[in-house]
Design a binder for this molecule. Structure first.
Ligand SMILES: C[S@@+](CC[C@H](N)C(=O)[O-])C[C@H]1O[C@@H](n2cnc3c(N)ncnc32)[C@H](O)[C@@H]1O
Length: 205
């Protein structure tokens, strides 16, 4: 299983050297749409920088399997009410319905089958009018320049080596989201179109 403990101490520095602040900006892009007093599930929050974007009225369940990432997150200065869950999203047992689920640069770790399971699990935990925030890299087949494909491959190989990540390619989430009855409300590209921030809600029949 993927293990981010080893890379946790240098994760933010690495991210900053390669992408500047754009990955954080992408993860935060639609935060302003989250209403006061919302209950929020964050999956794979990493070192917890994202927690600094929430207000005191927000209640957060923070699912993160890396103990080192959780320790770093606890040291952040945040106002929201956070419950840390040291487990994977597959192991997590939700005890309520969430208004918002945030998936920041975590879906790129899953193959198609795992991705379908994770989205299904999130759907069960999302209230009917809830929204899913997804920020991530576009899959290689959607990138329009060789240097972008090369950079993406380098990042994947780096994480495969440092985290025992098994994945060879990033899966396109759009068909899986649509097959699970979500529609994209809006999205924004970052980093020369390699990265996206997106907002999803259920299709109402
Ligand atoms: C690429 S990092 C992204 C961290 C952070 N969201 C960010 O953007 O900086 C992926 C994170 O997902 C966590 N993770 C890995 N497998 C997971 C799983 N099955 N369920 C939940 N989180 C997972 C890792 O421990 C890591 O912190």
């Amino acid at each position: 299983m993927t293990n981010y403990n080893f890379i946790a101490p240098v994760y933010d520095v690495f991210k900053y050297i390669v992408f500047g602040d754009t990955l954080n900006q992408a993860s935060n892009h639609y935060m302003h749409t989250i209403k006061e007093s919302s209950s929020i599930l964050i999956v794979g929050g990493g070192t917890g920088k994202i927690l600094e974007s929430f207000s005191a009225s927000h209640t957060i369940d923070y699912v993160e399997p890396s103990a080192s990432m959780i320790n770093r997150s606890k040291q952040r200065s945040y106002q929201c009410d956070v419950q840390f869950h040291p487990c994977s999203i597959q192991e997590f047992i939700p005890s309520k319905d969430y208004d918002v689920i945030v998936l920041p640069f975590v879906l790129d770790l899953f193959n198609s089958q795992e991705l379908e399971e994770v989205i299904r699990k999130c759907t069960q935990a999302l209230n009917h009018h809830g929204r899913i925030h997804i920020s991530d890299f576009y899959p290689e087949e959607l990138l329009d320049a060789r240097w972008k494909k090369l950079l993406l491959r380098t990042v994947i190989v780096f994480f495969r080596i440092t985290t025992k990540h098994h994945l060879q390619i990033i899966v396109n989430i759009t068909p899986i989201m649509q097959a699970t009855d979500y529609k994209k409300v809006t999205s924004k590209n970052y980093f020369h179109g390699m990265v996206f921030a997106s907002l999803w809600e259920r299709v109402t029949h």
